[in-house]
Each structure stands twice: as structure tokens, then as C-alpha cells.
Design a protein. Structure first.
Lengths: 287, 287
């Protein structure tokens, strides 16, 4: 049996971020405490926030966009704009690039991640967002489909209720904001462990991150992932995996994955993405 | 935060078996190749097999028992008896104990694991089976509910579609044939990873073994677990887990589990239960 080449055993060292990227597992509280959305609002500048909402994963972009507009307006954002892109050519609209120039926060809604990527990938608008994230000038958040697009490899769809197997997951290319991770969302809520395992078997040089609903994985500028919200963030780390049969079996055959490291993390837990270890609870700042 | 005591970090050393115990994830093929059932038949002695079928997990014990009786009769077993126990007092019936004395294989069917334990646990019949397993004189197999009862701690029921949490899983006491493991069955088919994780958070001194349908974890006398069948056997090893919040949160709160080792195993894969490591593929005998 073929072993994994040693090259793929080396975890990729993630590029440091200069600002927070908030990856939300969908169905975040929009009514009561709004903890996650309020945190986004705060990180984006609070009452000085200038927010761009990207609703184009959704087939009802006006409705979903207006819902978030109302929420951030209630919180007191200084400016809010809906980047209601329905054709790729709109990604070149200088008006929206100008607005982005002044923005402090970008929020990508749920919907269909393939639609979001088809409309945005490689447009000048997306390049502007990517540059602003890299420069630390905006706080980026995405929920559900808006979360799924964060990696270079993206889970576009899939099933559940089966042994892990390649045909259980549809992979595509994401927006690559956090290229080293493969994000899955609505994670335990929709029983997606088997499909994330299947994705990781195909891409063992990445880190699997499965995020439950109303839960956020906050990728921080200090190289950690911090968990906020009601559910869990599930880390599937194949860094020590020394064998998978992925390349040797039919697409519907069950997959072997030897020696995964898995962490189930809750609100307040922190994970060091560079060391691929838990930040020990005792070294957390006292709340 | 409280750390796990070092005592619980020490994996229990399983007692060696003298014969195979076959733990089947339910819905094993009964019509076509019947690979798993045929293996049980062979291990129990083939045409010399004297098989006892225990159908009492089921509320229709005659029907399910007769189905297996027909299968093993077709294969050519020398003797087959249905131990159709409907009251605990029948567990003292000397006729069945005499039959067991001569038996070479015992097969426990599916149904409700609580019913199975309520009828069998601590009866003379069950003690006889346990003794014969310990002495290596019978091959024991259990499918579905008959698999769930194998551990000391038993998953009696539970849910899916939620973050791991204590109330997602109902624990009870099993028959303790393989005391060191917590078995779950119909595993990925019914999306049971979250409930197995929840069970392991409560019992981090055990080993989680989640078995898919038409798949068998064969606990062998050499201290290994060998996988046979169509799906996967999923090992959740908390031996290196250094923290869980299990004792500190409400029953419905999400659980943290830091640093699990997880293996997804397929047909032919082998796992060393004493070392808690994969038996390296290159050290497998050539098929």
C-alpha cells in the first residue's frame, strides 16, 4: 500500500492575518443576544463601522441583505451598503470599489457557495476585499455559504448518513481567504462529520474545520482560532495521518484515514493554527 | 479549569480474548454474499457448528430468530437452537444451559439493547456465555443491539443533529463482554459521531468504537480488532485527551474534548487494542 509522501505530512504554516476573519456556521442568532453579529459589528469599528454586506450567495439577495442591514443599522453602524451583485460584470463597478475603500467590515451571507464563488471569484471587487483583509483594514465575516468559501478547497455540497467516501462530498475552489483550511458549516446540526472526513482524505495537507450553527470560529491576527457561540468548532487535523486509501479506491468505496487528531472546541476555547495545538486553558487570560 | 486526573489518561489494558468476538454494526447482508454471517459460521466451526441464537433484544424474537436459523441451516450448521427468552426466569432453564455447554457459537440479534440487558444481564445463562467466551470455547457475535451491549458502558439510545452534549446520549450498563470499549452501531448511517463523542466525554477511560452497517469489528485473540465488510469502523481514542468540560457544564451544553485520536478503518484494516495503534499495513499478511 502506498504511504503518504512525507511532503504532505508537513502542515502548512498559515499566513498571519492582520485582522479577524469570522467564520460562522450559519443560523447565527439575529434576534436576541446577537452575540456573534454584535462581535462583528464591534470588530468592524462599532458606531464608526462602515459595513459592506455581500448577499450574492442567496437567490433572494435583497431580502437577506436588508435583514442584515436592519440589524447593523439597529446597532448603530455609521454606513451600510448592500453589494447586491447579480452578474460578474458588476464586480468591476467602481462605485462599490470606492465604498469598499472606506469600509471597515464585510459580511457575506448564506445561500449557495457555488453561486457566491461564480459571481465573485477573481473579480476586481473580490481582489479589493482580499487585499483589504491582507492589509488588516477590514474585518471579514461569512456565515453558512459565506463561511464555506473561505478556504482554497471548498465543500460545495454533499450528503450524510454514509461511511466516509469520496462521492459523499463535492469539492470546488473557494475564495481562498484562509487557504489552509477546509470549512464545513451547520456541522453537527446537519451531521457533516463524514463529509468533512471525506474532504480531508482528499486534501490531507489542509486542516478541517467544522462549525456548528450559531457558532463562530474567529481566525485572529495572533495565529489562533477562538470559538464563540452556542455550539462546537471541530478541528480535524490530518498532520500525523500516515495512510489513507483515498487514491486507491472507487469514489463510492469507504475511506480509511489512520491517525487523525480531532479537537471538539466550545465557546472560549482557543486553538493555535501554527502549532496545531490547543491553547492550554490555564494560559488563557482570566475572563 | 479542572484537568483530567492522570489516572484516567492511562488506557485500560484489555483482557486478552481466547476466541473471536464479532461486533456487527447492524443490517449485515443476509441475502447475497453474507460475508459477515458466513465468517461467524466458519469461526463457530462450520459444518460442525452448534449455534445458539439469542433473539431477545427483539419484540418479534420468533421471526428474527427464525430468519437467522434459516441462514445458518442453509450454511450447514450441525445444530441450531433459538434461546427465545421472554422472562428473566428462563435464564435459569437448565435445558438451555446444557445446549450452551455444547455450543460453539452464540449470535445475538438486533432489537432494543435495554430489553436484551434487562432479560439477560446477571442470569445464569449469561454467566455461562461469559464463561465460555472467556475460556475461548465459543465464538460470540452480536449485531446492532446485540453489538451495543458488548461494553461495560452501553449506549442505550440518543439523538443526532446536535453539537456533542451529555443529553444527546443515554448511557446504561451493558453485558461487559468487552468492558473497555463503548460500541455504537449503524454509525455513519445514522450519523452517530456526535453521540459517541458525547459518550466518550463522560467515560474517557474507554475506547469508542463506532461501526457502520454491514460492517464487523472482529475482536481477535491476538489483541487486535480487524475490520470486515462494507463500511467503516471508527475508533475514537481519548487516551491523550487532556481536557474535557464534561463535569462542569449543564447536560445540554456543548462539550469540549481536546486531543482525541481518531482512526477511520475499512475492510482489512487492523488495530492493536493494547498499543492503541494501527497495525501497519506493511506488516499485514499478504492477502
Amino acid at each position: 500500500m502506498q504511504q503518504l509522501e512525507s511532503q504532505s505530512l508537513q502542515p502548512k504554516i498559515p499566513q498571519p492575518l492582520k485582522n479577524t476573519v469570522m467564520v460562522i456556521g450559519g443560523a447565527e442568532d439575529k434576534v436576541h443576544g446577537r452575540e456573534i453579529l454584535h462581535t462583528f459589528f464591534g470588530r468592524a469599528g462599532g458606531v464608526d463601522a462602515r459595513i459592506a454586506i455581500i448577499p450574492c450567495a442567496s437567490r433572494e439577495p435583497s431580502a437577506i441583505g436588508d435583514r442584515y442591514r436592519t440589524i447593523f443599522a439597529d446597532m448603530g453602524a455609521k454606513a451600510i451598503e448592500l453589494l447586491d451583485i447579480r452578474e460578474r460584470s458588476q464586480g468591476e463597478d467602481p462605485r462599490w470599489q470606492e465604498y469598499l475603500e472606506e469600509s471597515t467590515g464585510v459580511f457575506m451571507t448564506g445561500g449557495d457557495q457555488l453561486r457566491l464563488c461564480a459571481l465573485l471569484a477573481d473579480t476586481p471587487l473580490m481582489e479589493k476585499i482580499r487585499m483589504k483583509v491582507r492589509e488588516g483594514k477590514i474585518t471579514l465575516a461569512g456565515t453558512s455559504a459565506g463561511a464555506a468559501v473561505m478556504g482554497h478547497h471548498m465543500i460545495a455540497g454533499g450528503g450524510s448518513g454514509e461511511s466516509p467516501n469520496r462521492s459523499l462530498v463535492d469539492m470546488a475552489t473557494g475564495l481562498g481567504i484562509l487557504p489552509d483550511v477546509i470549512v464545513d458549516q451547520h456541522f453537527h446540526n446537519r451531521n457533516r462529520m463524514a463529509r468533512l472526513l471525506s474532504a480531508i482524505a482528499c486534501h490531507p495537507d489542509r486542516l478541517g474545520v467544522g462549525i456548528d450553527e450559531d457558532t463562530c470560529a474567529m481566525f485572529e491576527s495572533d495565529g489562533t482560532l477562538q470559538v464563540m457561540g452556542k455550539g462546537t468548532v471541530n478541528i480535524v487535523d490530518p498532520g500525523d495521518m500516515f495512510y489513507t486509501n483515498e487514491s486507491q479506491v472507487a469514489a463510492s468505496d469507504p475511506l480509511s484515514l489512520y491517525n487523525l487528531r480531532v479537537h471538539i472546541l466550545c465557546h472560549g476555547d482557543r486553538y493555535d493554527l501554527r502549532q496545531r495545538t490547543i491553547v492550554h486553558p490555564q494560559s488563557r487570560p482570566t475572563p
